[in-house]
Ligand binder design. Sequence first.
Ligand SMILES: *Cc1c(COP(=O)(O)O)cnc(C)c1O
Length: 501
Amino acid sequence: MQEIKVYHSTRSRSVTASPSQAVLQGIAPDGGLYTLDAYSSETADYRHLLALDTLEMTAEILSSLLPDYGRGKMRSIVRDAYRDKYTSEVLTPVVPAGENGMLELFHGPTSAFKDFALSILPFLMRESSVLCGSQNEVLILTATSGDTGKAALEGFRDVKGTRIIVFYPDQGVSPIQKAQMVTQSGNNVCVCAVRGNFDDAQNGVKQIFTSDHIRQILHSRAVCLSSANSINIGRLAPQVVYYFIAYREMIKLGRIRCGDLLDYSVPTGNFGDILAGFIARQMGLPVGKLICASNANCVLTDFLRTGVYDRCRPFHLTLSPSMDILISSNLERLLYLISQDADLVKKLMDDLKNSGRYTIPAFMLEELQDVFFPAFCNDQETLHTIREVWDHYHYLCDPHTAVAWNAAEQYHKAFPAHHPTVVLATASPYKFPSAIQEALGIASVGNGYETMRNLSSLTGVPVPPNLKKLESKPVLHTDVIDKEAMSDYVLAKAVEKQWNR
Ligand SMILES: *Cc1c(COP(=O)(O)O)cnc(C)c1O
Protein backbone atom coordinates (compact mmCIF):
# COMPACT_ATOMS: atom_id res chain seq x y z
CA MET A 1 0.00 0.00 0.00
CA GLN A 2 1.39 3.35 -1.05
CA GLU A 3 1.78 5.87 1.74
CA ILE A 4 -1.00 8.42 1.52
CA LYS A 5 0.17 12.01 1.62
CA VAL A 6 -2.03 13.86 3.98
CA TYR A 7 -3.55 17.16 3.05
CA HIS A 8 -4.19 19.67 5.78
CA SER A 9 -5.85 23.04 6.13
CA THR A 10 -3.77 26.12 5.41
CA ARG A 11 -5.03 27.45 8.75
CA SER A 12 -4.30 24.43 10.93
CA ARG A 13 -2.06 21.43 10.44
CA SER A 14 -4.34 19.37 12.65
CA VAL A 15 -7.31 19.67 10.26
CA THR A 16 -6.32 16.87 7.88
CA ALA A 17 -7.79 14.88 5.00
CA SER A 18 -6.77 12.20 2.55
CA PRO A 19 -6.58 13.45 -1.04
CA SER A 20 -9.97 11.96 -1.89
CA GLN A 21 -11.57 13.49 1.21
CA ALA A 22 -10.06 16.85 0.31
CA VAL A 23 -11.58 16.61 -3.19
CA LEU A 24 -14.95 15.60 -1.81
CA GLN A 25 -15.09 18.38 0.81
CA GLY A 26 -13.77 21.16 -1.43
CA ILE A 27 -12.84 23.44 1.48
CA ALA A 28 -11.58 22.56 4.96
CA PRO A 29 -14.15 22.85 7.77
CA ASP A 30 -12.15 25.68 9.42
CA GLY A 31 -12.46 27.78 6.26
CA GLY A 32 -8.88 27.09 5.17
CA LEU A 33 -7.84 25.42 1.92
CA TYR A 34 -6.41 21.93 1.76
CA THR A 35 -2.72 21.78 0.88
CA LEU A 36 0.29 19.51 1.11
CA ASP A 37 3.25 20.84 3.06
CA ALA A 38 5.22 20.93 -0.15
CA TYR A 39 4.67 19.51 -3.61
CA SER A 40 8.21 18.31 -4.15
CA SER A 41 7.89 15.03 -5.90
CA GLU A 42 9.85 11.90 -5.20
CA THR A 43 7.57 9.86 -7.44
CA ALA A 44 7.70 11.91 -10.62
CA ASP A 45 10.97 13.14 -12.11
CA TYR A 46 10.24 15.99 -14.52
CA ARG A 47 12.45 14.58 -17.26
CA HIS A 48 10.49 11.37 -17.11
CA LEU A 49 7.20 13.30 -17.25
CA LEU A 50 8.32 15.30 -20.29
CA ALA A 51 8.87 12.09 -22.24
CA LEU A 52 5.22 11.05 -21.87
CA ASP A 53 2.25 11.83 -24.08
CA THR A 54 -0.37 14.19 -22.68
CA LEU A 55 -2.74 11.62 -21.19
CA GLU A 56 0.03 9.55 -19.61
CA MET A 57 1.59 12.72 -18.24
CA THR A 58 -1.75 13.82 -16.78
CA ALA A 59 -2.24 10.47 -15.06
CA GLU A 60 1.29 10.49 -13.63
CA ILE A 61 1.07 14.02 -12.26
CA LEU A 62 -2.39 13.47 -10.80
CA SER A 63 -1.47 10.23 -9.12
CA SER A 64 1.53 11.91 -7.57
CA LEU A 65 -0.66 14.75 -6.22
CA LEU A 66 -3.64 12.53 -5.32
CA PRO A 67 -1.95 9.23 -4.42
CA ASP A 68 -4.87 7.39 -2.83
CA TYR A 69 -6.68 6.99 -6.16
CA GLY A 70 -4.03 4.60 -7.37
CA ARG A 71 -2.17 4.74 -10.69
CA GLY A 72 -4.29 2.27 -12.60
CA LYS A 73 -7.54 3.92 -11.61
CA MET A 74 -6.14 7.36 -12.37
CA ARG A 75 -5.18 6.24 -15.87
CA SER A 76 -8.72 5.11 -16.60
CA ILE A 77 -10.20 8.28 -15.07
CA VAL A 78 -7.96 10.41 -17.29
CA ARG A 79 -8.90 8.46 -20.41
CA ASP A 80 -12.62 8.78 -19.68
CA ALA A 81 -12.42 12.44 -18.72
CA TYR A 82 -10.75 13.71 -21.89
CA ARG A 83 -12.30 11.36 -24.43
CA ASP A 84 -13.69 13.35 -27.36
CA LYS A 85 -13.62 16.63 -25.45
CA TYR A 86 -10.66 18.44 -27.02
CA THR A 87 -10.07 19.36 -30.64
CA SER A 88 -6.29 18.98 -30.23
CA GLU A 89 -4.57 15.70 -29.40
CA VAL A 90 -2.03 17.54 -27.25
CA LEU A 91 -5.13 19.04 -25.53
CA THR A 92 -3.31 22.34 -24.95
CA PRO A 93 -1.04 23.12 -27.93
CA VAL A 94 1.61 25.86 -27.99
CA VAL A 95 1.44 28.25 -30.95
CA PRO A 96 4.38 30.60 -31.57
CA ALA A 97 3.63 34.35 -31.75
CA GLY A 98 6.76 36.44 -32.16
CA GLU A 99 9.22 35.49 -29.46
CA ASN A 100 6.53 34.07 -27.16
CA GLY A 101 4.75 30.74 -27.17
CA MET A 102 0.96 30.90 -26.73
CA LEU A 103 -0.27 28.02 -24.58
CA GLU A 104 -3.78 27.62 -25.99
CA LEU A 105 -5.93 26.34 -23.16
CA PHE A 106 -9.26 26.98 -24.86
CA HIS A 107 -9.80 23.99 -27.15
CA GLY A 108 -12.17 22.26 -24.74
CA PRO A 109 -15.99 22.08 -24.64
CA THR A 110 -16.63 25.68 -23.44
CA SER A 111 -13.59 27.44 -24.95
CA ALA A 112 -12.08 28.32 -21.54
CA PHE A 113 -8.97 27.13 -19.76
CA LYS A 114 -11.17 25.90 -16.93
CA ASP A 115 -12.37 23.04 -19.13
CA PHE A 116 -9.07 21.31 -18.55
CA ALA A 117 -9.67 20.77 -14.84
CA LEU A 118 -13.46 20.67 -14.94
CA SER A 119 -13.48 17.89 -17.52
CA ILE A 120 -11.89 15.62 -14.95
CA LEU A 121 -13.13 16.95 -11.60
CA PRO A 122 -16.51 15.15 -11.78
CA PHE A 123 -14.69 11.85 -12.37
CA LEU A 124 -12.31 12.52 -9.47
CA MET A 125 -15.25 13.37 -7.27
CA ARG A 126 -17.19 10.23 -8.13
CA GLU A 127 -14.16 8.13 -7.32
CA SER A 128 -13.69 10.11 -4.09
CA SER A 129 -17.20 9.11 -3.01
CA VAL A 130 -16.26 5.48 -3.60
CA LEU A 131 -12.96 5.78 -1.73
CA CYS A 132 -14.60 7.59 1.18
CA GLY A 133 -17.52 5.16 1.29
CA SER A 134 -20.02 8.01 0.93
CA GLN A 135 -23.55 7.31 -0.30
CA ASN A 136 -24.53 10.96 -0.18
CA GLU A 137 -25.46 13.02 -3.17
CA VAL A 138 -22.81 15.65 -3.89
CA LEU A 139 -24.16 19.17 -4.33
CA ILE A 140 -21.62 21.38 -6.08
CA LEU A 141 -21.82 25.08 -5.25
CA THR A 142 -19.82 27.38 -7.47
CA ALA A 143 -19.33 31.11 -7.72
CA THR A 144 -18.16 32.20 -11.14
CA SER A 145 -16.51 35.25 -12.63
CA GLY A 146 -17.66 33.97 -16.00
CA ASP A 147 -15.82 30.90 -17.21
CA THR A 148 -15.82 28.50 -14.25
CA GLY A 149 -19.61 28.38 -14.21
CA LYS A 150 -20.07 27.18 -17.74
CA ALA A 151 -17.13 24.79 -17.64
CA ALA A 152 -18.40 23.29 -14.36
CA LEU A 153 -21.97 22.98 -15.68
CA GLU A 154 -20.72 21.20 -18.75
CA GLY A 155 -18.47 18.94 -16.67
CA PHE A 156 -21.11 17.92 -14.12
CA ARG A 157 -24.12 17.88 -16.46
CA ASP A 158 -26.02 14.62 -15.94
CA VAL A 159 -23.23 13.08 -13.83
CA LYS A 160 -24.98 10.59 -11.57
CA GLY A 161 -24.95 11.32 -7.85
CA THR A 162 -24.22 15.02 -8.36
CA ARG A 163 -26.13 18.27 -8.70
CA ILE A 164 -24.65 21.69 -9.35
CA ILE A 165 -25.71 25.26 -8.54
CA VAL A 166 -23.78 28.09 -10.20
CA PHE A 167 -23.96 31.69 -8.93
CA TYR A 168 -22.77 34.47 -11.21
CA PRO A 169 -22.64 38.26 -10.63
CA ASP A 170 -25.57 39.67 -12.60
CA GLN A 171 -23.58 42.57 -14.08
CA GLY A 172 -20.17 40.94 -14.03
CA VAL A 173 -19.91 38.53 -16.96
CA SER A 174 -19.75 39.05 -20.72
CA PRO A 175 -22.97 38.59 -22.74
CA ILE A 176 -21.58 35.45 -24.37
CA GLN A 177 -20.51 34.03 -21.00
CA LYS A 178 -24.00 34.70 -19.67
CA ALA A 179 -25.62 33.10 -22.71
CA GLN A 180 -23.43 30.04 -22.23
CA MET A 181 -24.71 29.59 -18.68
CA VAL A 182 -28.39 30.46 -18.94
CA THR A 183 -28.87 28.07 -21.87
CA GLN A 184 -27.29 25.13 -20.02
CA SER A 185 -29.28 21.91 -20.31
CA GLY A 186 -29.14 18.94 -17.95
CA ASN A 187 -31.30 17.37 -15.25
CA ASN A 188 -28.99 18.27 -12.38
CA VAL A 189 -27.98 21.86 -13.17
CA CYS A 190 -29.15 25.18 -11.74
CA VAL A 191 -27.92 28.69 -12.62
CA CYS A 192 -28.70 31.82 -10.61
CA ALA A 193 -27.61 35.47 -10.89
CA VAL A 194 -26.60 37.34 -7.72
CA ARG A 195 -27.01 41.11 -7.41
CA GLY A 196 -23.41 42.04 -6.62
CA ASN A 197 -19.92 41.33 -7.92
CA PHE A 198 -17.86 38.13 -8.03
CA ASP A 199 -16.45 38.64 -4.53
CA ASP A 200 -20.01 38.86 -3.17
CA ALA A 201 -20.94 35.60 -4.88
CA GLN A 202 -17.74 33.88 -3.76
CA ASN A 203 -18.14 35.07 -0.16
CA GLY A 204 -21.73 33.87 -0.13
CA VAL A 205 -20.63 30.42 -1.25
CA LYS A 206 -17.81 30.31 1.31
CA GLN A 207 -20.27 31.24 4.06
CA ILE A 208 -22.58 28.41 3.07
CA PHE A 209 -19.64 25.99 3.10
CA THR A 210 -18.58 26.96 6.59
CA SER A 211 -22.08 27.07 8.13
CA ASP A 212 -22.59 24.12 10.47
CA HIS A 213 -26.31 24.84 10.45
CA ILE A 214 -26.62 24.39 6.68
CA ARG A 215 -24.32 21.38 6.64
CA GLN A 216 -26.48 19.65 9.25
CA ILE A 217 -29.71 20.29 7.40
CA LEU A 218 -28.20 19.00 4.16
CA HIS A 219 -26.62 16.06 5.92
CA SER A 220 -29.99 14.98 7.24
CA ARG A 221 -31.11 14.86 3.61
CA ALA A 222 -28.09 12.82 2.56
CA VAL A 223 -26.56 15.72 0.64
CA CYS A 224 -22.96 16.84 1.02
CA LEU A 225 -21.54 20.07 -0.38
CA SER A 226 -18.49 20.44 -2.52
CA SER A 227 -16.88 23.06 -4.72
CA ALA A 228 -15.80 23.25 -8.33
CA ASN A 229 -13.80 26.44 -7.72
CA SER A 230 -10.04 26.34 -7.48
CA ILE A 231 -10.37 26.31 -3.69
CA ASN A 232 -10.88 22.56 -4.38
CA ILE A 233 -7.54 20.78 -4.73
CA GLY A 234 -9.19 18.48 -7.28
CA ARG A 235 -9.65 21.49 -9.51
CA LEU A 236 -6.16 22.84 -8.92
CA ALA A 237 -4.17 19.63 -9.40
CA PRO A 238 -5.08 19.06 -13.09
CA GLN A 239 -3.99 22.61 -13.90
CA VAL A 240 -0.43 21.70 -12.97
CA VAL A 241 -0.33 19.42 -16.00
CA TYR A 242 -0.34 22.01 -18.76
CA TYR A 243 2.74 23.75 -17.36
CA PHE A 244 4.52 20.49 -18.19
CA ILE A 245 2.78 20.23 -21.56
CA ALA A 246 3.89 23.77 -22.43
CA TYR A 247 7.47 22.97 -21.48
CA ARG A 248 7.45 19.81 -23.58
CA GLU A 249 5.98 21.67 -26.56
CA MET A 250 8.53 24.50 -26.29
CA ILE A 251 11.27 21.88 -26.53
CA LYS A 252 9.59 20.42 -29.62
CA LEU A 253 9.42 23.91 -31.14
CA GLY A 254 13.17 24.30 -30.55
CA ARG A 255 12.65 27.30 -28.26
CA ILE A 256 14.31 25.67 -25.22
CA ARG A 257 16.35 22.60 -24.36
CA CYS A 258 15.44 20.25 -21.56
CA GLY A 259 16.70 21.81 -18.30
CA ASP A 260 16.49 25.45 -19.49
CA LEU A 261 14.37 27.84 -17.46
CA LEU A 262 11.05 28.87 -18.99
CA ASP A 263 9.00 31.91 -17.90
CA TYR A 264 5.20 31.80 -17.84
CA SER A 265 2.86 34.78 -18.00
CA VAL A 266 -0.50 34.05 -16.39
CA PRO A 267 -3.63 36.21 -16.50
CA THR A 268 -4.63 36.03 -12.86
CA GLY A 269 -7.84 36.39 -10.88
CA ASN A 270 -8.40 33.88 -8.10
CA PHE A 271 -4.71 32.86 -8.26
CA GLY A 272 -5.52 29.22 -9.06
CA ASP A 273 -3.93 29.03 -12.47
CA ILE A 274 -0.68 30.68 -11.46
CA LEU A 275 -0.48 28.69 -8.22
CA ALA A 276 -0.56 25.53 -10.34
CA GLY A 277 2.58 26.94 -12.01
CA PHE A 278 4.19 27.35 -8.60
CA ILE A 279 3.31 23.73 -7.78
CA ALA A 280 4.84 22.58 -11.09
CA ARG A 281 7.99 24.44 -10.06
CA GLN A 282 8.00 22.74 -6.66
CA MET A 283 7.68 19.43 -8.47
CA GLY A 284 10.94 20.19 -10.24
CA LEU A 285 9.88 21.68 -13.59
CA PRO A 286 12.45 24.36 -14.56
CA VAL A 287 10.12 27.34 -14.17
CA GLY A 288 11.87 30.72 -14.23
CA LYS A 289 9.55 33.62 -13.46
CA LEU A 290 5.83 33.38 -13.02
CA ILE A 291 4.50 36.67 -14.35
CA CYS A 292 1.36 37.55 -12.41
CA ALA A 293 -0.78 39.58 -14.81
CA SER A 294 -3.70 41.64 -13.53
CA ASN A 295 -6.16 44.14 -15.01
CA ALA A 296 -7.19 47.43 -13.36
CA ASN A 297 -8.15 45.41 -10.27
CA CYS A 298 -4.46 45.28 -9.47
CA VAL A 299 -4.63 44.13 -5.85
CA LEU A 300 -2.09 41.36 -6.58
CA THR A 301 0.33 43.69 -8.34
CA ASP A 302 0.37 45.97 -5.31
CA PHE A 303 0.68 43.01 -2.96
CA LEU A 304 3.63 41.45 -4.76
CA ARG A 305 5.35 44.84 -4.91
CA THR A 306 4.77 45.91 -1.30
CA GLY A 307 3.78 42.92 0.82
CA VAL A 308 0.52 44.65 1.75
CA TYR A 309 -2.69 43.01 0.57
CA ASP A 310 -5.44 45.62 0.63
CA ARG A 311 -8.83 44.82 -0.80
CA CYS A 312 -10.30 48.15 0.33
CA ARG A 313 -10.27 49.87 -3.05
CA PRO A 314 -12.67 50.62 -5.86
CA PHE A 315 -13.83 47.57 -7.83
CA HIS A 316 -13.59 47.94 -11.61
CA LEU A 317 -15.65 46.12 -14.22
CA THR A 318 -13.17 45.52 -17.04
CA LEU A 319 -12.91 43.90 -20.46
CA SER A 320 -11.32 40.87 -18.75
CA PRO A 321 -14.15 39.99 -16.32
CA SER A 322 -12.72 36.65 -15.19
CA MET A 323 -10.00 38.65 -13.47
CA ASP A 324 -12.30 41.19 -11.80
CA ILE A 325 -11.52 39.86 -8.35
CA LEU A 326 -10.27 41.56 -5.20
CA ILE A 327 -10.03 38.49 -2.96
CA SER A 328 -7.78 35.93 -4.63
CA SER A 329 -8.55 32.74 -2.73
CA ASN A 330 -5.57 30.64 -3.73
CA LEU A 331 -3.10 33.20 -2.50
CA GLU A 332 -3.81 31.61 0.89
CA ARG A 333 -2.18 28.37 -0.31
CA LEU A 334 0.87 30.26 -1.50
CA LEU A 335 1.19 32.03 1.86
CA TYR A 336 1.27 28.66 3.55
CA LEU A 337 3.74 27.14 1.10
CA ILE A 338 6.12 30.07 1.54
CA SER A 339 5.84 30.38 5.34
CA GLN A 340 5.00 26.79 6.41
CA ASP A 341 3.18 28.54 9.26
CA ALA A 342 -0.56 27.81 9.61
CA ASP A 343 -0.98 30.13 12.60
CA LEU A 344 0.41 33.00 10.58
CA VAL A 345 -1.88 32.21 7.63
CA LYS A 346 -4.87 32.10 9.97
CA LYS A 347 -3.93 35.46 11.42
CA LEU A 348 -3.49 37.02 7.97
CA MET A 349 -6.86 35.65 6.83
CA ASP A 350 -8.51 36.98 10.00
CA ASP A 351 -6.96 40.38 9.30
CA LEU A 352 -8.32 40.23 5.76
CA LYS A 353 -11.78 39.40 7.00
CA ASN A 354 -11.83 41.97 9.79
CA SER A 355 -10.02 44.91 8.26
CA GLY A 356 -9.79 44.10 4.55
CA ARG A 357 -6.01 44.08 4.58
CA TYR A 358 -2.93 42.26 5.82
CA THR A 359 0.86 42.65 5.69
CA ILE A 360 3.30 39.76 5.27
CA PRO A 361 6.75 39.65 6.91
CA ALA A 362 9.72 40.83 4.85
CA PHE A 363 11.25 37.36 4.42
CA MET A 364 8.07 36.14 2.72
CA LEU A 365 7.94 39.10 0.37
CA GLU A 366 11.52 38.41 -0.69
CA GLU A 367 10.74 34.80 -1.45
CA LEU A 368 7.65 35.76 -3.42
CA GLN A 369 9.55 38.32 -5.46
CA ASP A 370 12.12 35.68 -6.32
CA VAL A 371 9.51 33.71 -8.20
CA PHE A 372 6.75 36.14 -9.17
CA PHE A 373 6.90 39.25 -11.31
CA PRO A 374 3.72 41.34 -10.94
CA ALA A 375 2.34 43.65 -13.63
CA PHE A 376 -1.04 45.02 -14.66
CA CYS A 377 -2.63 46.89 -17.51
CA ASN A 378 -5.90 48.78 -17.93
CA ASP A 379 -8.60 48.33 -20.58
CA GLN A 380 -7.07 50.87 -22.95
CA GLU A 381 -3.76 49.01 -22.87
CA THR A 382 -5.55 45.68 -23.23
CA LEU A 383 -7.26 46.85 -26.43
CA HIS A 384 -4.00 48.26 -27.72
CA THR A 385 -2.26 44.94 -27.04
CA ILE A 386 -4.94 42.93 -28.89
CA ARG A 387 -4.40 45.21 -31.86
CA GLU A 388 -0.60 45.01 -31.75
CA VAL A 389 -0.46 41.25 -31.42
CA TRP A 390 -2.84 40.93 -34.35
CA ASP A 391 -1.00 43.44 -36.53
CA HIS A 392 2.47 42.07 -35.82
CA TYR A 393 1.92 38.35 -35.46
CA HIS A 394 -1.55 37.68 -36.86
CA TYR A 395 -2.51 36.16 -33.54
CA LEU A 396 -5.98 36.92 -32.17
CA CYS A 397 -5.95 37.13 -28.34
CA ASP A 398 -8.89 37.38 -26.01
CA PRO A 399 -8.69 40.28 -23.50
CA HIS A 400 -7.39 38.07 -20.63
CA THR A 401 -4.63 36.68 -22.81
CA ALA A 402 -3.81 40.21 -23.95
CA VAL A 403 -3.33 41.28 -20.32
CA ALA A 404 -0.84 38.44 -19.90
CA TRP A 405 0.96 39.39 -23.12
CA ASN A 406 1.19 42.98 -21.98
CA ALA A 407 2.57 41.90 -18.57
CA ALA A 408 5.16 39.70 -20.31
CA GLU A 409 6.26 42.70 -22.37
CA GLN A 410 6.65 44.76 -19.19
CA TYR A 411 8.78 41.97 -17.74
CA HIS A 412 10.90 41.70 -20.85
CA LYS A 413 11.55 45.46 -20.78
CA ALA A 414 12.53 45.37 -17.11
CA PHE A 415 14.73 42.27 -17.51
CA PRO A 416 16.24 42.04 -20.98
CA ALA A 417 18.03 38.81 -19.93
CA HIS A 418 14.69 37.04 -19.41
CA HIS A 419 14.06 33.44 -20.48
CA PRO A 420 11.82 32.30 -23.31
CA THR A 421 8.23 32.96 -22.29
CA VAL A 422 4.96 31.10 -22.55
CA VAL A 423 1.82 33.23 -22.40
CA LEU A 424 -1.19 31.33 -21.10
CA ALA A 425 -4.04 31.91 -23.57
CA THR A 426 -7.00 31.30 -21.29
CA ALA A 427 -10.06 31.91 -23.47
CA SER A 428 -11.18 31.97 -27.07
CA PRO A 429 -11.35 35.55 -28.40
CA TYR A 430 -14.91 34.79 -29.53
CA LYS A 431 -16.11 34.82 -25.94
CA PHE A 432 -15.48 38.58 -26.01
CA PRO A 433 -16.36 39.62 -29.57
CA SER A 434 -17.24 43.25 -28.88
CA ALA A 435 -13.89 43.92 -27.17
CA ILE A 436 -12.04 42.37 -30.11
CA GLN A 437 -14.08 44.37 -32.58
CA GLU A 438 -13.28 47.57 -30.73
CA ALA A 439 -9.59 46.69 -30.48
CA LEU A 440 -9.29 46.03 -34.21
CA GLY A 441 -11.25 49.18 -35.04
CA ILE A 442 -13.98 47.32 -36.92
CA ALA A 443 -17.39 48.97 -37.30
CA SER A 444 -20.14 47.44 -35.15
CA VAL A 445 -22.44 45.06 -37.03
CA GLY A 446 -25.09 44.27 -34.44
CA ASN A 447 -25.32 41.60 -31.78
CA GLY A 448 -22.52 39.43 -30.42
CA TYR A 449 -23.20 36.56 -32.81
CA GLU A 450 -23.13 38.79 -35.86
CA THR A 451 -19.92 40.29 -34.52
CA MET A 452 -18.42 36.80 -34.14
CA ARG A 453 -19.24 35.92 -37.74
CA ASN A 454 -17.94 39.23 -39.01
CA LEU A 455 -14.68 38.89 -37.06
CA SER A 456 -14.22 35.38 -38.29
CA SER A 457 -14.63 36.34 -41.92
CA LEU A 458 -12.27 39.29 -41.52
CA THR A 459 -9.54 37.41 -39.63
CA GLY A 460 -9.94 33.87 -40.93
CA VAL A 461 -9.91 32.57 -37.34
CA PRO A 462 -12.78 30.08 -36.99
CA VAL A 463 -15.50 30.43 -34.33
CA PRO A 464 -15.53 27.39 -31.97
CA PRO A 465 -18.64 25.26 -32.66
CA ASN A 466 -19.90 25.46 -29.05
CA LEU A 467 -20.12 29.26 -29.31
CA LYS A 468 -21.64 29.20 -32.77
CA LYS A 469 -24.47 26.99 -31.54
CA LEU A 470 -25.39 29.24 -28.60
CA GLU A 471 -27.50 31.62 -30.64
CA SER A 472 -30.23 29.09 -31.29
CA LYS A 473 -30.44 27.73 -27.75
CA PRO A 474 -33.39 28.60 -25.48
CA VAL A 475 -32.83 30.41 -22.15
CA LEU A 476 -33.56 27.94 -19.34
CA HIS A 477 -32.36 29.82 -16.24
CA THR A 478 -33.73 33.21 -15.18
CA ASP A 479 -33.39 33.38 -11.36
CA VAL A 480 -31.87 36.55 -9.88
CA ILE A 481 -31.42 36.97 -6.10
CA ASP A 482 -29.80 39.25 -3.51
CA LYS A 483 -26.52 38.04 -2.06
CA GLU A 484 -28.13 37.72 1.38
CA ALA A 485 -30.58 35.20 -0.05
CA MET A 486 -28.00 32.69 -1.29
CA SER A 487 -28.17 30.25 1.63
CA ASP A 488 -31.99 30.13 1.60
CA TYR A 489 -31.86 29.58 -2.12
CA VAL A 490 -29.52 26.61 -1.73
CA LEU A 491 -31.62 25.06 1.04
CA ALA A 492 -34.79 25.43 -1.01
CA LYS A 493 -33.14 23.95 -4.09
CA ALA A 494 -31.64 21.06 -2.14
CA VAL A 495 -35.09 19.80 -1.11
CA GLU A 496 -36.63 20.09 -4.57
CA LYS A 497 -36.83 16.58 -5.95
CA GLN A 498 -36.76 17.49 -9.61
CA TRP A 499 -34.87 20.31 -11.29
CA ASN A 500 -35.77 18.89 -14.60
CA ARG A 501 -37.31 21.40 -16.97
C1 LIG B 1 -10.63 32.20 -14.56
C2 LIG B 1 -9.92 32.92 -15.64
C3 LIG B 1 -8.71 33.56 -15.39
C4 LIG B 1 -8.11 33.66 -14.01
O1 LIG B 1 -7.70 32.42 -13.49
P1 LIG B 1 -7.52 32.24 -11.91
O2 LIG B 1 -7.23 30.81 -11.71
O3 LIG B 1 -8.84 32.64 -11.30
O4 LIG B 1 -6.43 33.15 -11.48
C5 LIG B 1 -8.05 34.15 -16.47
N1 LIG B 1 -8.56 34.13 -17.72
C6 LIG B 1 -9.74 33.53 -17.98
C7 LIG B 1 -10.27 33.56 -19.37
C8 LIG B 1 -10.45 32.90 -16.96
O5 LIG B 1 -11.61 32.32 -17.25
